[in-house]
Design a protein around this ligand. Structure first.
Ligand code: SF4
Length: 377
């Protein structure tokens, strides 16, 4: 249960017109300001020396971690605080583990495939999180893998569900997470591992659902690269912080060995925009630069409306990176969505002492190829 700012305020001195009302000892200008911050978990109850015991007790109960965190050779599972990621964020992504039994035919080939597996998406390289090994294996075959024995797995403080049918597993996962989060019931505080059997589309559908709700680890007895790639892609989307957009480093990127006369593009550091543009530039076989401005990971229009992409900022960043002295080309191509900024950008850049001209590029990344063919004619 959570208290709103108004509900908290009713306990504080100002609401009771008591001594010390609005005394500011908590660092807030009023008791109401403190109550509102406390409701958003931006301050601690202990900051107010006059908070009554019943309010302190309420916060002590509520600060208990609803789900335990379990660490397996550096891999963390559990520790979740919310049911829905828009409430805050999920903490530790659903781990993907493969069970390897050395009694079964073909285990060496399976282990090799697991070891070699790797996918990279939106700047993140993902590998199998854990291998659970039944039987002994020479060390050189497991290099680079996070391995535990089946016996060690059985002794972990986790809840293990066998996925016999979808309805039962789904209901159990939802029940455990709901009791842990809503009721803070310690009986349900262990992270949940689900052992998956089967193959094909049905296995993929079930595993996808359990990543969304609410498995902390999925353990597969078979290893299927296509299945794991699909699940890791889904997992990456579910476990990003909705309040922190995916972003790349703001800097000047180079494609196809550019020189001082190469074409120059500009965009913001929103990861999806960056990769869409970067893929196009890379495949063009035309040397180019891409100036990526710092915009807290916002896409170009959002950044412009939030004042994270302003003419002054662009002029300043070009100066800071000393870009005018690195190139002879004096034309920077901006995204078509920012066409309205052309004059303003040129004015600020010239004011800052650089002489770049602004060219309006395409609205969509896929059109860059045709644009460049025309541009360099
Ligand atoms: Fe109000 Fe307590 Fe802050 Fe004083 S310290 S202003 S009483 S909340």
């Amino acid at each position: 249960m959570e208290l709103s700012g108004l509900q908290i305020f009713k306990y504080l001195p100002a609401a009771k017109k008591a001594e010390n009302s609005n005394c500011k000892k908590c660092g807030c200008p009023t008791c109401m300001a403190f109550a509102l911050k406390l409701a958003k978990k931006q301050v601690e109850i202990s900051n107010c020396p006059y908070a009554p015991e019943d309010l302190k007790e309420f916060f002590a109960q509520n600060s208990k971690q609803p789900q335990n965190t379990v660490e397996i050779n550096g891999l963390k599972i559990g520790g979740e605080n919310v049911l829905y990621r828009h409430e805050k964020t999920f903490v530790n992504k659903t781990a993907i583990a493969i069970l390897i039994d050395t009694e079964l035919k073909g285990w060496q080939e399976k282990l090799k495939r697991v070891r070699d597996f790797e996918i990279t998406r939106v700047n993140e390289t993902m590998k199998i999180d854990l291998v659970i090994l039944k039987g002994a294996v020479p060390k050189d075959l497991t290099e680079g893998l996070n391995i535990i024995s089946y016996e060690e797995f059985k002794s972990l403080p986790v809840e293990v569900l066998e996925d016999k049918d979808f309805k039962t597993t789904r209901e159990k996962l939802i029940e455990i997470r709901t009791k842990a989060i809503k009721e803070k019931d310690e009986k349900y505080a262990k992270p949940v591992c689900v052992i998956m059997h089967g193959e094909g589309g049905n296995l993929c559908a079930r595993a996808s659902f359990y990543i969304c709700k609410y498995a902390n680890m999925l353990i597969f007895d078979k290893f299927d690269e296509a299945l794991i790639s699909t699940l890791m892609t889904l997992r990456q989307n579910i476990f990003t912080d909705p309040q922190k957009p995916l972003q790349v480093e703001a800097k000047i990127y180079e494609f196809n060995n550019p020189d001082e006369n190469s074409i120059i593009f500009m965009t913001t550091n929103f990861a999806l925009t960056f990769f869409a543009v970067a893929n196009e530039l890379e495949s063009l076989n035309v040397p180019s630069y891409l100036i990526v401005t710092p915009a807290d990971g916002m896409s170009v229009l959002t950044a412009w409306s939030a004042e994270k992409f302003t003419a002054q900022m662009v002029a300043k960043i070009l100066k800071k990176w000393d870009f005018a002295n690195k190139v002879k080309n004096r034309k920077i191509i901006i995204p078509g969505l920012l066409a309205h900024m052309k004059e303003e950008l040129e004015e600020e850049i010239h004011k800052a002492g650089d002489d770049f001209e602004i060219v309006v590029g395409t609205v969509e990344a896929y059109a860059i190829s045709d644009f460049v063919k025309e541009y360099i004619k």
